[in-house]
Every structure is written in structure tokens, then in C-alpha cells.
Design a protein around this ligand. Structure first.
Ligand SMILES: CC(C)(COP(=O)(O)OP(=O)(O)OC[C@H]1O[C@@H](n2cnc3c(N)ncnc32)[C@H](O)[C@@H]1OP(=O)(O)O)[C@@H](O)C(=O)NCCC(=O)NCCS
Length: 164
């Protein structure tokens, strides 16, 4: 497995990965039809411009991806936001998520002035919440009734952050 910084050339591979992950409800917020090339291209560009974009490659395919970026306001210049991580269902629970997240934290700490990283995960995504806590993220709040799933059931989104 090769963990490296992503480039714009990874668009197709990352798009394919997000399509696959979004087929399983309960992980990323988007439904499969909401994962478009435009969406993927936008977060890739934002992360390349003012953030971090990392991929894990396995046997020539993108098996995992993580990104985060600054949202552009000066008051938030120390914050790496919109952190999203996905690992292909074919390769989950093999340690890829942990490796790429640790790489994001390592690279994030190198960005001058960055002292906070933040993300959001749905309350039912217990494996992700446990995973983020194991990396040092703390639960900071709860947005009640923020998610409505495909069965029209509501659930909360959990705000998590880590400061350095
Ligand atoms: C969450 C996700 C990124 C984890 O990636 P992964 O490569 O499977 O994770 P790792 O193998 O590195 O495991 C890291 C830790 O996550 C937790 N974890 C991962 N899968 C788990 C599971 N099925 N059940 C419980 N805990 C789990 C554990 O704490 C694990 O550490 P451990 O193996 O030392 O116990 C991956 O499951 C995924 O992409 N899920 C779908 C998309 C998603 O939910 N993204 C996050 C949106 S907020």
C-alpha cells in the first residue's frame, strides 16, 4: 500500500471510491446520486489550494482518501475544516483509515498557524466516532435532527474537534 499526497490526476479514482462508499448508507452524508464528479473535483481543488489531500493506493486503485481544507475566512485561518475520510468497503478494517488519518494530522500540524481540526459524523456511525476519539478528537456538540435517512428517520450529527 502506498500513502501519498493526492493530485488532480486522482479525480477518476477518488470519484469511483466515493461512488462505492456512498452505496452503503450510514457513512458519508451524500446519497450515491449526490456523489458527482463536480462534488469530488471541488473538494479536491479546495484541499489542494488550501488544505490537505491524501490517498492510499492499493494494487493500482485508490483504496482510501482523506481531505480537509480551510474555509477561507481569516477568523478561521487556523482551522482545518470539512475533514472527510473514506476507505473502500473492500479494504476496511485493515488499518488504512488510521494510516491516512495520522498522515493528515502530521501534515496539518506542518501548516503554519493551524491549531484546530474539525469534522462531523452522524450519531449512528459508531465505528467512525470511536475511531476519531482514538485519534484524540473530542465530541464538542450535537446537531439534533440534522440527518434524515432514506427511511425518513432523523438522527443527530456530532461535531468533533482536536486542538494543538
Ligand atoms: C470509518 C472508516 C474511514 C474507517 O476506516 P478503516 O480503514 O476501516 O479503519 P481502520 O482499519 O484504520 O480502523 C481504525 C479504527 O476505527 C475503528 N473501527 C473501524 N472499523 C470498525 C468497525 N467495523 N467496528 C468498530 N470499530 C471500527 C476502530 O477503532 C479501529 O481501530 P482498531 O482496529 O485499532 O480497533 C471506514 O470504515 C469508512 O470509510 N466508512 C465509510 C465512510 C465513513 O463512514 N466515513 C466517515 C464519515 S464521518
Amino acid at each position: 500500500m502506498n500513502i501519498r499526497k493526492g493530485t488532480i490526476e486522482d479525480l477518476e479514482g477518488v470519484y469511483t471510491l466515493y461512488k462505492k462508499v456512498s452505496k452503503i448508507e450510514g457513512g458519508i452524508a451524500r446519497f450515491e446520486d449526490e456523489v458527482t464528479k463536480e462534488y469530488v473535483e471541488e473538494f479536491m481543488k479546495n484541499s489542494l489550494d488550501d488544505g490537505i489531500f491524501i490517498v492510499a493506493e492499493k494494487d493500482g486503485t485508490i483504496a482510501g482518501e482523506i481531505h480537509g481544507y480551510k474555509i477561507g475566512l481569516r477568523v478561521f485561518d487556523h482551522v482545518l475544516s470539512n475533514i472527510t475520510i473514506v476507505v473502500s468497503p473492500d479494504f476496511q478494517r485493515e488499518g488504512i483509515g488510521k494510516k491516512i488519518f495520522l498522515k493528515l494530522i502530521e501534515e496539518g500540524k506542518k501548516i503554519e498557524g493551524v491549531s484546530r481540526m474539525e469534522l462531523i459524523a452522524r450519531e449512528s456511525n459508531k465505528k467512525a466516532l470511536k475511531f476519531y476519539e482514538s485519534l484524540g478528537f473530542e465530541i464538542e456538540g450535537k446537531m439534533r435532527q440534522k440527518i434524515k435517512n432514506s427511511k425518513d428517520e432523523f438522527e443527530a450529527d456530532i461535531i468533533m474537534g482536536i486542538i494543538f
